[in-house]
Design a protein around this ligand. Structure first.
Ligand code: CP
Length: 317
């Protein structure tokens, strides 16, 4: 991959480029130790203006497992953003120290603003209710690992489809694969935004919307559960009313196919009962593991550090 590239949306990479990243991620899974010195002179900055467990720590672990080092902040209040510094000035500063930056921000478009002035690759690690492309890479890699391909399945997306950025990014990404059918399961207040259904209409991609998880579950090949996004609600009363609208438990799961997989970007609140975790169809912690492998592959690719992968015949030049 030549030249400076950023990742703002999963659509920034072609399907072929994503396939190449997934091939590297699977190779990393199989031969983790072969990659341990690949980035031993490089530094990743993680600039997180919003809370995170998985995304920040999997980026940091990914870089450490590649032999690189990590700087950054996990909280805007401990950075000069608290003194009024702009995102543009922050990335110009970070670029003096680091080779690549993963940025999460509560404002939609903030990582894009950073990428427009940045001399180093910027990765959107989640911007408001907009996109979360590395979660989507994680989700796609997990689906490919579980199913062997990224085509010909029915996926139900359940919960907060209005504010859930992982849902928005995943739907966009899946529109490029064949024979996928969407079932949107949400209360009326949390339906998927119009711009997404308009995109599906334009592309003639089949979808249906329902409030009832019980009715939808028997037809699904994947069920993608999401939490209600408390931090994006305008009032607490609405959140309290909607937060436990869906709870996937063993009884509901008994209606699902024996090979239907359950995904969730996590964190979970109440929407999946903990006794579901023991079911072999519960794939959400495997998903977390794939998140680290795909972030390792992404960092290597964006830095053009082809040595480890090229030796194995994998990375894009
Ligand atoms: N899936 C995800 O983005 O989790 P975190 O908020 O913990 O990073």
């Amino acid at each position: 991959m030549n030249g400076l590239r950023h990742l703002m949306s999963p659509m920034d990479f072609s399907v072929e480029e994503l396939d190449a990243i997934f091939d590297v991620a699977f190779d990393i899974e199989a031969h983790l130790h072969d990659y341990k010195g690949a980035l031993d002179t490089r530094i990743l900055a993680t600039c997180f203006y919003e809370p995170s467990t998985r995304t920040r720590l999997s980026f940091e672990t990914a870089m450490l497992r590649l032999g690189g080092r990590v700087i950054g902040f996990a909280d805007a209040s401990s950075s000069s953003a608290a003194k009024g510094e702009s995102v543009a000035d922050t990335i110009r500063t970070i670029a003096c120290f680091a080779d690549i930056c993963a940025m999460r921000h509560p404002k939609e478009g903030a990582p894009m603003v950073a990428s427009e002035v940045s001399p180093i690759p910027v990765i959107n690690a989640g911007d408001g209710g907009h996109h979360h492309p590395t979660q989507t890479l994680t989700d796609l890699l997990t689906i490919r690992a579980l199913k062997g391909s990224l085509s010909s399945f029915t996926i139900g997306l359940c919960g907060d489809l209005k504010f859930g950025r992982t849902v928005h990014s995943l739907i966009h990404a899946l529109t490029r694969y064949d024979n996928i059918r969407f079932v949107f399961i949400s209360p009326a207040e949390l339906v998927v935004p119009d711009y997404i259904t308009e995109l599906l209409d334009e592309k003639n991609i089949p979808y249906e919307a329902t409030r009832r998880l019980d009715d939808a579950i028997p037809d699904l090949d994947f069920l993608y559960m999401t939490r209600v996004q408390r931090e994006r609600f305008f009032n607490e009363e609405d959140y309290i009313r909607l937060k436990d609208y869906y709870i996937l438990d063993r009884k509901k799961l008994s209606r699902a196919k024996s090979d239907m997989y359950i995904l969730h970007p996590l964190p979970r609140v109440n929407e999946i009962a903990v006794d579901v975790d023991e079911d072999p169809r519960a794939a959400y912690f495997r998903q977390v593991q794939y998140g680290m492998y795909v972030r390792m592959a992404l960092i290597l690719t964006l830095l053009g550090e082809t040595k480890a992968g090229i030796n194995r015949g994998l990375l894009i030049r």
